[in-house]
Design a protein around this ligand. Structure first.
Ligand code: HEM
Length: 511
């Protein structure tokens, strides 16, 4: 009897092992040959991760994964890869990018990334919505990002940047030596949140050294040390089918509850005090009022509290991390390149503190340094589009509806064919007078392109430049003993970030 039972279990075990082996063989031979059968080159893939194994296992950043796929496709206009079991495409040819992002946008109007309105209302926002809903929201939100709106908002931004400066001055002078080694990432993160919160959403949490619940909530939602949270976030972008399968949420529940409650309080406060502001939140509230007053002639549906919260939370999330990372990378490069820093100091000093929205745009060298920073460290390592209608590329390859298409920004920005010596920080590439080389269209895409390019570009550029000029007007940036060289990129976040923060030495310039 025992012998019989033993052999039954053994049979089960053998059957399971055989099943697993045959599934893996099926995946390897059949699923992972999809692109070969379609006649194009494909990236290496191993079951069950596909081509993104190193990212899923936390070994490399998503930026490096796509840069590697991009490299494997050398000499080809497109390369296929696999997100777990799903075949997707990386575009390599800049002319094709132009078609996908701009010219033939109607075939690629969606991102197709995951959001879950029901269990995670804050995930349903402009970045994650598609189709007519996205179009309507984008149309409605765009007026809040015009040059004239930015001119008004710039004053509020200046208030935040001077608070940033005060905070840094206090820290440096507390050392009694006129210099201090600081972990700068948390500080720039808080600045990033404060700028968006006060200039964009009318929340004045402009604090650095006291409790700042909004900054804490935003950082918690994007915390790279929360491995599962980071993985969920990135998988929602590059492998939505997996997140959909597990019905995941990616805003932590306590963060979501805190923010929904905060928005409710702001709305109540504005309504009961008849208060109006010039911020994004007000634009959404105004739209609701227009719809309600129209007595049904305006057929749009008023936005719910969840929808208003989701859009504004996206600005806080999308805006603070990108801007704060850009400030960090720029300061890091200044510490590594004292000559470039000295030239930037000269330009900042020449402004004599008279900086406004218009003249900061005219600061030529600052602009060159800013562009070179985003060239080396693009915030979004890849742009994502979903093919919504079959599309024939000029080489005769048919992209079928439902295929996710990636534009590998990081790969392009580090391609020596477009940016010689890509690891060299060389602002001269972007000199309007004598560029060290011609930048080919659609090879420099830090804010994306086409109808889904970054809606907050003006806002982001202004807040980064303002943060940088405020810091450099008071301090020289130097490498500290603890500064990691070369800089390692965080492997767990979708947004390109320095790994485990950034330590730099700030030296007061008037000592
Ligand atoms: C240096 C700062 C920033 C960088 C580098 C950056 C970069 C990007 C990139 C690459 C995209 C994707 C574009 C595409 O797919 O073509 C994007 C989209 C977006 N960004 Fe930014 N961003 C920055 C700041 C901001 C700020 C401050 C806000 C809000 C106030 C913002 C809001 C958004 C939104 C809402 C989208 C989605 C647009 C849509 O799908 O219609 N960004 N950003």
């Amino acid at each position: 009897m025992t012998e019989l039972l033993g052999s039954t279990w053994l049979n089960y075990l053998v059957a399971i092992v055989l099943l697993i082996i045959s599934t893996l063989v099926f995946i390897k031979i059949h699923i992972y040959s999809h692109w070969k059968r379609r006649g194009i080159i494909q990236a290496n893939a191993s079951p069950p991760w596909g081509s993104i194994k190193n990212f899923v296992l936390g070994r490399t950043s998503i930026a490096e994964v796509f840069a590697e796929i991009y490299k494997q496709g050398e000499g080809h206009p497109i390369i296929g890869f696999y997100s777990f079991l799903t075949p997707a495409l990386v575009i390599r040819e800049p002319d094709y990018m132009k078609r996908i992002l701009v010219r033939d946008y109607d075939h690629f109007s969606d991102r197709g990334i995951y959001s879950n309105r029901k269990i995670d209302p804050l995930s349903y926002h402009l970045f994650s919505t598609d189709g007519p809903h996205h179009k309507e929201m984008r149309y409605m939100l765009s007026p809040s990002f015009t040059g004239s709106k930015m001119r008004i908002i710039f004053e509020t931004m200046q208030n935040c940047s001077s608070k940033l400066c005060d905070h840094l001055c206090k820290l440096v002078s507390s050392s009694g030596k006129g210099e201090k080694t600081l972990e700068i990432k948390n500080i720039t993160n808080t600045y990033g949140v404060n700028v968006i919160a006060s200039a964009g959403v009318g929340l004045d949490f402009n604090k650095f050294d006291e409790e700042n619940p909004l900054a804490e909530a935003a950082m918690k939602a994007t915390d790279p040390d929360d491995t599962l949270q980071s993985l969920r976030f990135t998988l929602a972008m590059v492998s939505p089918s997996i997140t959909r399968l597990f019905n995941m949420r990616f805003t932590p529940k306590d963060v979501s509850d805190f923010y929904l409650d905060l928005v409710q309080k702001i709305i109540n406060h504005r309504k009961s005090n008849n208060e109006t502001r010039k911020d994004f939140m007000q634009l959404l509230l105004n739209m609701n009022e227009e719809i309600e007053k129209s007595n049904g002639t305006d057929t749009r549906k008023p936005l719910s509290l969840d929808e208003i919260a989701a859009q504004t939370f996206l600005f806080i999330l999308g805006g603070h991390e990108t801007s704060s990372a850009a400030i960090c990378f720029l300061l890091y490069e200044m510490a590594l390149n004292p000559d470039i820093q000295a030239r930037l100091h000269e330009e900042i000093d020449a402004m004599d503190g008279n900086i406004n929205y218009d003249n900061i745009k005219e600061m030529e060298y600052l602009n060159m340094v800013f562009n070179e920073t985003l060239r080396k460290y693009p915030a979004a390592p890849t742009l994502i589009r979903l093919c919504v209608k079959d599309y024939m590329l000029p080489n005769g390859f048919l992209i079928k509806k439902g295929t996710q298409v990636m534009v590998p920004v990081y790969g392009l920005h580090w391609d020596a064919n477009y940016f010689p010596q890509p690891d060299k920080f060389d602002p001269e590439r972007f000199s309007p007078k004598a560029p060290t080389h011609q930048i080919q269209p659609f090879t420099f895409l830090p804010f994306g392109e086409g109808p889904r390019y970054c809606i907050g570009k003006r806002f982001g550029v202004a807040s980064v430049k303002l943060g940088v000029t405020s810091i450099l007007s008071k301090f020289r940036i130097e490498l500290a003993e603890k500064t990691k060289i070369p800089m390692k990129i965080e492997s767990k976040t979708f947004i390109t970030n320095p790994y485990k923060g950034l330590t730099l030495k700030l030296v007061a310039r008037d000592t």
